[in-house]
Design a protein. Sequence first.
Length: 248
Amino acid sequence: MSPEPSQPEITPDGSARSIVSTPDHLARATDPALTPDLALALLQRRDLPSDVVQQVTQNAGVMKSRKVRIAVAAHPRAPRRIALRLIREFYTFDLMQFALQPAVAADLKRAADDLLVNRVASTTLGERIALARRASANVAAALLLDKEARVWQTALENSRLTETAIARALLHAGATRAFVEAVCHHPKWSLRPEIRIALLRNEKTPLLRATEFARRLPPAQLRDILHASRLPEKIKNALRKELESKSK
């Protein structure tokens, strides 16, 4: 004797809770009782077939919810064309949060980061400071080149920022003198070998700091760095004299 179908639990807003427990995912996605909360519960299933995720996107009422749009784009079974379309429509801070989700595919994170970087020029100072503090390493790295000191100072303290990203910013033509000098004296970053090498290649690095960094490098490595360095000739000559005194 087959079991009787379970009766739906009626939520305060009148929606049918049973669509969350039924094993037929497609039926749940197409159920007229689907609400944003129930859609979010459905999208928590990482094993949903692609056609089910796509069916959720066809529910105009449910897709008005920004949380649902983010959950769809982040779902591993979401068709790429749909995920990318949704990402392009995200608000700035939704993009930031999306890119920081561990489960989001790497190519979608890069797409979100690229969109954020492209929007930086049109964001307010307060928004750029917030992004510098909380965004991904790629976005924080781009903000190191911001003309406003409060932005790049905040980006330097971003816990996701990497040594390589700072070194790359130091070698960029847009790096300001104030930024270079701040990195020279930063209690964390000024100790990193890759960053010291980048500072020795930057024309804005002060003589005293360049001399200090140069003294900690093997002579052969320092010669190679100075060969391609943009430091003023006066500073490079002073460092070469240091090399000669070492060799003697």
